[in-house]
Design a protein around this ligand. Structure first.
Ligand code: BEZ
Length: 323
């Protein structure tokens, strides 16, 4: 910058400071869900509201569909301050501290309403505060729909899942669940799933009704198993390093808007699950209902093992019993 331009820029900055106005700021929010997914729609709403409430000064650019990389890469970017905010599954967190996988306890809740209560509980609060140890700022919990199963072939009993390659998120808890059932869990990021299912790289998947409809996984399915077998939280986080540099007034707006939008995501999933299930019932793919007994003794064994490995599971079970 030459001397004249430097002086002009400095004068504008000083004038702004004297007028009591803060600088315009642009931040980035990354997530892996496609644009039509509720998380992506809510990220856009967060951005619009923050912009409106700061008179257009603070802009949050949203990057859905893993445009900034997968969750492992986004987590690294958050830690260095290269990315500002993200809506994430708990996969990367559970890889670092298995307690972050406790919410995947099979049938810990019956439905999205139960999941909503659990995400307001003490275990959720403790885990949210705990993201500081990953150099992150935690804003709160969101969630996706309850987990269901979509398979290429027909399914009448759990035996029909035996030996099948089932796409999962790479949580140890989830892999263990599928292994105990006798399937071959195949971790795979969401953006890669449609092609993998279409070309037979996987025989099925653990997913929600929303994704099954919006991403058209049903087009290649022979059975949809409405099992509601796990809840699936989302955590909204920011870069701890970047957060410290954001003016307090802007932090307050971002925190409030995030909290309100997260709450509305969590509140919306009862209806989202119900409405996408109805849409899926209009397809030719049979929808089979399954409950805990469908999975035989595998779930009891799962609990015996994970109570030992993740002490927070017992606390979560106590909370769930009190719902
Ligand atoms: C999944 O990987 O299955 C997933 C990720 C985010 C939202 C919903 C589903």
């Amino acid at each position: 910058m030459n001397a004249k331009r430097f002086l002009t820029a400095a004068a504008v900055m000083v004038a702004g400071l004297l007028a009591g106005t803060a600088q315009a700021e642009q931040y980035r929010l990354g997530l892996i869900t496609p644009p039509q997914h509720q998380w992506s729609k809510s990220a856009v709403t967060v951005a619009e509201r923050v912009k409106a409430e700061t008179n257009g000064r603070v802009e949050i650019l949203t990057f859905p569909s893993g445009q900034l990389g997968n969750e492992a890469q986004m987590l690294q970017q958050l830690q260095t301050g290269a990315l500002d905010f993200a809506f994430m599954t708990l996969g990367e967190f559970a890889n670092r501290d298995p307690n972050y996988g406790v919410f995947l306890a099979p049938y810990i809740v019956d439905d999205a309403a139960g999941a909503r209560k659990i995400l307001k509980g003490g275990v959720a609060g403790k885990l949210l505060d705990g993201v500081n140890k990953f150099a992150l700022k935690g804003f709160g919990w969101g969630m996706a729909g309850m987990r269901q199963i979509v398979m290429r072939g027909p399914v009448a009993s759990v035996d029909d899942l035996s030996g099948k390659k089932v796409r999962t998120v790479p949580f140890a808890q989830e892999l263990d669940f599928w292994t105990r059932i006798g399937a071959a869990p195949t971790p795979m990021p969401l953006p890669a799933l449609y092609d993998a299912f279409a070309n037979g790289q996987v025989d099925g998947m653990q997913i929600d009704f929303e994704g099954t409809w919006n991403s058209k996984y049903y087009e290649h399915a022979g059975a949809i198993i409405a099992s509601n077998h796990m809840m699936f939280p989302m955590i909204a986080v920011g870069s701890g390093r970047k957060w410290q540099t954001i003016p307090a007034a802007d932090q307050a707006v971002i925190e409030r808007v995030m909290a309100e939008e997260l709450d509305s995501i969590v509140g919306a999933y009862g209806d989202i699950d119900a409405s996408y299930l109805e849409k899926l019932k209009t397809t030719d793919v049979p929808v089979v209902t399954a409950d805990r007994t469908f999975f035989g003794g595998a779930i009891d064994q799962w609990y015996l093992s994970w109570r030992e490995k993740t002490p927070l599971l017992k606390d979560l079970e106590a909370e769930a019993e009190g719902l």
